[in-house]
Design a protein around this ligand. Structure first.
Ligand code: ADP
Ligand code: 5GP
Length: 190
């Protein structure tokens, strides 16, 4: 029997460790492919176009919205982010899982279009720990860190809309938890 691909959505307040966890999953699970979003934000040190994101201009992003190229898109921290349609369609067709890293607004839209999507929320033990991680990551200026923390408090209100909550205290355990959730999907009764 051909494997059926699943849509897996991972959301978390910025700095909770979602990228770190997703990277670990992708490295070891060849059946799960990361959905590369488009964004108008500038690349961080080390980020490459077509790997973490497709980096694009606001003009092009707005053109893509007009041409119905996104499954969902949202404005997060003054930048646009969107999930391209072509990628998701291609992966699902191939029978592999697709892993979407989107904010809570995007996740709610995905839930609406794909009610069977597996929704995972990555939580950080405390807001203090979140602040420490954002500072340690060293990628955002203090005013941006402030914005991300304020936004985290709003995002936490959506937690009950998710199917699974993983508190990312110990990174290794969190990766194992997400892996187990993904593994269990192949046994799901559709
Ligand atoms: P997100 O993608 O959710 O914004 P990142 O994956 O970039 O977050 O992680 C933010 C920072 O926190 C990074 O420096 C990462 O190495 C660190 N980090 C991730 N998970 C943990 C953890 N369980 N404990 C401590 N630090 C962590
Ligand atoms: P960052 O700039 O830290 O990479 O991401 C900021 C936020 O944008 C994160 O919450 C991340 O999940 C979200 N994000 C990334 N790609 C998308 C997307 O395609 N759609 C939506 N709605 N959010 C996204």
């Amino acid at each position: 029997m051909k494997n059926k691909g699943h849509i897996i959505v991972v959301s978390a307040p910025s700095g909770a460790g979602k990228t770190t966890i997703c990277n670990e999953i992708i490295k070891t699970d060849k059946n799960t492919i990361y959905s590369i979003s488009y964004t108008t934000r500038k690349p961080r040190d080390g980020e490459k176009n077509g790997v973490e994101y497709f980096f694009t201009s606001s003009d092009n992003f707005l053109k893509m919205i007009k041409n119905d190229k996104f499954i969902e898109w949202a404005k997060v921290y003054d930048n646009y982010y969107g999930t391209p349609k072509f990628f998701l369609q291609r992966i699902i067709k191939s029978g592999k899982n697709i892993l979407l890293d989107v904010d809570v607004q995007g996740a709610m839209k995905i839930r609406k279009y794909f009610p069977k999507a597996c929704m995972i929320f990555i939580k950080v033990p405390t807001i203090k720990a979140l602040k420490e991680r954002l500072i340690k990551r060293g990628q955002d200026k203090p005013d941006i860190i402030k914005k991300r923390i304020a936004n985290a408090k709003t995002e936490l209100k959506y937690i009950n809309k998710y199917d699974y909550i993983v508190v990312n205290d110990n990174l290794r355990q969190s990766v194992e938890a997400v892996k187990s959730i993904i593994k269990s999907l192949q046994y799901k009764v559709e």
